[in-house]
Write a protein of this length. Structure first.
Length: 99
């Protein structure tokens, strides 16, 4: 009985010492994400959103040019979704700093 208790304690200590570093890295990762959020927001405002606006304009132009061909092919909805709806969603409907 004494031997089983001793082995259980040793196993518990080994498992505890093994999982402590993993849990601390998870906590550090969560804190790092919170600290980096203003930088992500700044990049989003200065780069991603203007590029999104440009892609909306170019996508709309491409959609208009491809409209006769996509109408003949029967994939007008798919062309609209990929060339206009997705850039609009990326530019205006996602949270700031969330790429």
């Amino acid at each position: 009985m004494h031997k089983i208790t001793k082995h259980s304690i040793v196993l518990f200590v080994i498992l505890t010492l093994t999982f402590i570093p993993f849990s601390s890295t998870v906590l550090a990762q969560e804190e790092a994400e919170d600290v980096d959020m203003p930088g992500k927001m700044a990049v989003d405002i200065l780069l991603a959103r203007p590029i999104g606006l440009i892609s909306i304009v170019l996508g709309t132009a491409l959609f208009i040019v491809s409209l006769p061909f996509s109408a003949l092919g029967g994939n007008t909805k798919q062309a609209y979704k990929n060339l206009i709806a997705k850039p609009v969603k990326y530019t205006f409907k996602r949270p700031l700093g969330n790429f």
